[in-house]
Design a binder for this molecule. Structure first.
Ligand code: C2O
Length: 341
């Protein structure tokens, strides 16, 4: 059977390295849950590359995050409540519904892409609502392109709402992201190695759909392994940004705290873009069937608060097409496509 949405009233203590997280990651409880229906798309939102945005865009984004930070603490749309979604779904605050011996975990399986897609979807709509701009689209951190391999500048301005001090000082610009943990000091070699890693995880390393998407996870089961993108570039960026001076690699370097850095959502917008690229733009000679038709995948469900603070139930099958969800990505060339090692 598919993974069912969590029972919010049974949300408990989250843990990090076997110790309890010192605050509650549970969302405010609500009685009424609505089955979410994707609204009709009138205007496509275009998510921009974070290294290419205009000062006007940065101003708007900053304003939206600032307003999110100022919402009352118990508003499910507030900055900390949004960060806590990740903590609750990933650090054992929830059991699987009706399975009190098994934690709910959305990493290391085929739930990874769908869960994070829905998470960003509502996060983006909340930001848009806070600035009265329903076309607002999150930026993506274009770490797969040499032009985007540093932390995007807008996140490192200490006066910005996008700033977070809990990051590895050694990874601040102009440091180049190191997707292969090489610790190589030759920047050109790191860039070349990054492109090779992208080629491998997007193209060469995938013999079937699960190699990319992650292994099946069904009700009562434990995660059996994430896809190439999740295990590769996705995790590398988390670790690379997380602050080694903090006890658990906070913020980006640990599940429970990752959402407290606004860079998390920018990073995940690019992870989400990788899914879209893999689905629609890559040659299908190696993976002829990129669709998972298993009902245990399609009917898996999650709960989120939408931009009106209404609790909604969403399913995996409704998030398989980003265009139907009303957003697309700025087109950027893909230098790794030809980077056959
Ligand atoms: Cu839910 Cu990048 O992790």
């Amino acid at each position: 059977n598919p993974i069912q949405p969590p029972e919010l009233d049974k949300c408990g203590t989250a843990t990090v390295n076997d110790k309890p997280v010192e605050y509650s990651c549970c969302p405010p409880a609500t009685q009424r849950i609505i089955d979410y229906r994707l609204p009709p798309v009138f205007q496509m939102k275009i998510r921009p590359s974070a290294h290419r945005v205009s000062p006007e865009y940065i101003f708007k984004y900053n304003l939206a995050i600032d307003r999110m930070k100022r919402l009352p603490k118990d508003d499910p749309r507030s900055f900390m409540q949004q960060a806590n979604i990740h903590c609750a779904y990933c650090n054992g605050a929830y059991d699987q519904a009706g399975q009190s011996n098994v934690d709910l975990q959305v990493h290391n399986s085929w739930l990874f892409f769908p869960f994070h897609r829905w998470y960003l979807y509502f996060y983006e709509r909340i930001l848009g609502k806070l600035i009265g701009d329903p076309t607002f689209a999150l930026p993506f951190w274009n770490w797969d392109n040499p032009k985007g391999m540093t932390i995007p500048p807008m996140f490192v301005d200490p006066n910005s709402a996008l700033y977070d001090e809990k990051r590895d000082p050694a990874s601040l610009p102009p440091a180049v992201v190191d997707l292969g943990f090489t610790k190589n000091t030759d920047t050109l070699q790191v860039v070349a190695n990054n492109l090779t890693i992208m080629y491998n995880e997007m193209i060469r390393g995938n013999a079937n759909v699960y190699d990319f998407m992650g292994q099946p996870l069904r009700e009562g089961g434990e995660p059996k392994g994430g896809g190439s993108s999740e295990r590769g570039s996705h995790t590398a960026v988390h670790v690379w940004v997380g602050d080694p001076r903090q006890p658990n690699g906070e913020d980006l370097g640990n599940f429970y705290s990752a959402g407290r850095d606004s860079l998390f959502y920018c990073h995940h917008a690019n992870v989400d873009r990788m899914w879209t690229l893999w689905q629609y733009f890559l040659p299908s000679n190696k993976v002829p069937d990129k669709k998972i038709t298993d009902p245990d995948f399609l009917n898996a469900a999650f709960l989120f608060y939408d931009e009106n603070a209404q609790l909604v139930r969403v399913t995996v099958k409704d998030c398989l097409d980003n265009l139907r969800m009303g957003y697309d990505f700025e087109r950027i060339d893909l230098p790794w496509l030809d980077y056959r090692p």
